[in-house]
Design a protein around this ligand. Structure first.
Ligand code: 13P
Length: 256
């Protein structure tokens, strides 16, 4: 049974001190022994204070929102996987649609980021998803398959064991218009089939596939009621401790 996973992607929100205050508030609202995995992905500048606020034995993990594929060097403004590891990160989001559309990331860049994350012991959270025009043109599955093919090229079954895939339709991100459970389930099924075809059925049944895009305390229950959806990558609703704790609480009651 796959354990539910809820990730809060803070995007470019909260300073270091705001992160500390947020986490103290959030921890008060969450149980001591959870039935779900939770990851917080603050901006780079807040990782250190987030780690301090979580404490050494926290069951909540830290993730970063991006990583460069090189270990070090002349890459002004970039941050590498070993740097993130040393700050206590266990996860890193790669290929978010905002990185793809606003910063020109291509599948071959994302593939190198996935590899770098794996090399340095970070679990990649690979984001894929189609635009509205692509959905309306009936191209959802082919777009997602192309993204997966490019981004996961060369990975072994052992590598896949630490990868999470997040299906985030671009039209659902920040719009208040989440995919319906049926729409999300259809894409989740095709992603799992892609993994089964490219690797094997054991890997496909073990990999966690999340949904992201306007997830709220109101719609999380119906999304998670569907077996192929293993959790959520939450944007706007993760910035408020009450709504994020509610989402985590609902995820916990789902599959213990
Ligand atoms: P929203 O939840 O704000 O739609 O953002 C989703 C997202 O992009 C998470 O990575």
């Amino acid at each position: 049974m796959r354990r539910p996973l809820i990730i809060g992607n803070w995007k470019m929100n909260k300073t270091a001190s705001e992160a500390g205050a947020f986490i103290h508030d959030l921890r008060e609202r969450l149980p001591a022994s959870p039935n779900a995995d939770v990851v917080l992905a603050p901006p780079f500048t807040a990782l250190e204070s987030a780690r301090k606020a979580l404490g050494p034995s926290s069951w909540i993990s830290l993730g970063a929102q991006n990583v460069h594929w090189e270990q070090h060097g002349a890459f002004t403004g970039e941050v590498s996987a070993p740097m993130l590891r040393e700050l206590g990160c266990r996860y890193v989001i790669v290929g978010h649609s905002e990185r793809r559309t606003l910063f020109g990331e291509r599948d071959q860049d994302i593939q190198k980021k996935v590899q770098a994350a794996l090399t340095y012991g970070l679990s990649p959270i690979l984001c894929v998803g189609e635009s509205l025009a692509e959905r309306e043109a009936g191209r959802t599955e082919s777009v997602v398959t192309t993204q997966l093919t490019g981004s996961l090229a060369g990975l072994t079954t052992e590598d896949l064991a630490t990868v999470t895939i997040a299906y985030e339709p671009v039209w659902a991100i920040g719009t208040g218009r989440a995919a319906t459970t049926e729409q999300a389930v259809a894409v989740h099924r095709s992603i799992r089939l892609f993994v089964e075809t490219g690797w094997n059925s054991e890997t496909a049944s073990a990999i966690r596939i999340l949904y992201g895009g306007s997830v709220t305390p109101q719609n999380i229950e119906s999304l998670l009621a569907s077996d192929p959806i293993d959790g959520a990558l939450v944007g706007g609703a993760c910035l408020n401790p009450e709504s994020f704790a509610t989402i985590v609480g609902i995820a916990q009651t789902r599959r213990a």
